[in-house]
Design a protein around this ligand. Structure first.
Ligand code: DOR
Ligand code: ZN
Length: 345
């Protein structure tokens, strides 16, 4: 019997961390093999703040793309309280910048240069609304008094809803949503709000992080939530709703930085990402909606063409790689050594 096959338009990854230097060279091929484009996160040290920073970083990403691979990085600028609206608008109009990323200062890895007071960046946000430049949001409050599991839901109420009321035309992507509140908010809002969904937030809940002991490789931000939230996010993603789309949030860290007294947040899921999504859609009886989630909804929201080519998934078990080596470091892959039901031909 021949294995089941599924051919879809070439997908895009609307949220990825490529890092820089040797790590960049090692991780880009994992994405470029399958995805046509990716939205590249700017949280380097120092961050990618200006149009010039972004074009220099884009050239380093392109140098890491394997020969013969048709992959386009879409660059983002890291919002600071000093971001120059003219600079990022010029970058957007030149096609060098696709979006601006908002990190509340202190919310996550390399976010210290981010925004403390959202009011300070409102002139920039108004300019972005005028020119149709999307704002990509890490949606968590940073108040240490707010429980880590509540930070996304509180952000929606305290920051995002009021902001979208003040600037109703701003295009916003809530990145890597983890809660029912976020899934509901996107579905209830207008066409200018969308969300990306990671594979891991559709697969794991907060209890999985403590299954038999503490599992640092399942620690990411926003942190996985209760089972009810996982189910709500998963249901929204597979529903066929046009404003949910694929964003892996693949975030590589060396094993020594994860398995330590104060481990880094981030899951390296670029290897096997599309097969993992396919298995989720299959389990939900929604394989016919995978293409919209992976390849159509993102371009529509961003106002970009759908990719030209296709990729074919085969329902053939493949053992997930353990990870990759970067110099002396190991980077462990999500679902390392496990059998994935699908493979990309
Ligand atoms: O888990 C995460 N890792 N969440 C983020 O927001 C940042 C990312 C990283 O850069 O490692
Ligand atoms: Zn991220």
């Amino acid at each position: 019997m021949t294995a089941m096959e599924l051919t879809i338009k070439r997908p895009d990854d609307w949220h990825i961390h490529f890092r820089d230097g040797a790590m960049l060279s090692a991780v880009v091929p994992e994405t470029a093999r399958v995805f046509g484009r990716a939205i590249v996160m700017p949280n380097l040290v120092p961050p990618v703040v200006t149009r010039a920073d972004a074009t220099a970083y884009r050239d380093r990403v392109l140098a890491a793309v394997p020969d013969g691979s048709d992959f386009t990085p879409l660059m983002t600028a890291y919002m600071t309280e000093k971001t120059d609206a003219d600079d990022i608008a010029a970058g957007f109009e030149a096609g060098e910048l696709t979006a601006v990323k908002l990190y509340p200062a202190g919310a996550t890895t390399n976010s210290d240069a981010g925004v403390r007071d959202i009011r300070k960046v409102e002139p920039v946000l108004k300019r972005m609304a005028e020119i149709g430049m999307p704002l990509l949001v890490h949606g968590e409050v940073t108040d240490p008094m707010v429980d880590i599991f509540d930070r996304e839901a509180v952000f929606i109420e305290v920051v995002l809803k009021p902001l979208m009321d003040r600037i109703p035309d701003l295009k916003v992507v809530m990145e890597h949503i983890t809660t029912k509140q976020a899934a509901d908010f996107v579905q209830e809002s207008g066409d200018n709000l969308a969300a990306t969904v990671t594979p891991h937030h559709m697969e794991i809940n907060r209890t999985d992080m403590f299954r038999g002991g503490i599992r640092p490789h399942l620690y990411c931000l926003p942190i996985a939530k209760r089972e009810g939230h996982r189910l709500a996010v998963r249901e929204a993603a597979v529903s066929g709703h046009p404003r949910f789309f694929l964003g892996t949030d693949s975030a590589p860290h060396p094993v020594h930085a994860k398995e330590t007294a104060c481990g880094c947040a981030g899951i390296f899921n670029a290897p096997g990402a599309l097969p993992v999504y396919a298995a989720i859609f299959e389990a939900e009886g929604a394989l016919d909606r995978l293409e919209a989630f992976a390849s159509l909804n993102g371009p529509r929201f961003y106002g970009l063409p759908v990719n030209e080519g296709t990729v074919t998934l085969i329902r053939e078990p493949t053992v997930q790689i353990d990870g990759i080596t970067v110099g002396d470091d190991r980077i462990l892959a999500y679902r390392a050594g496990e059998t994935l039901a699908w493979t990309v031909r």
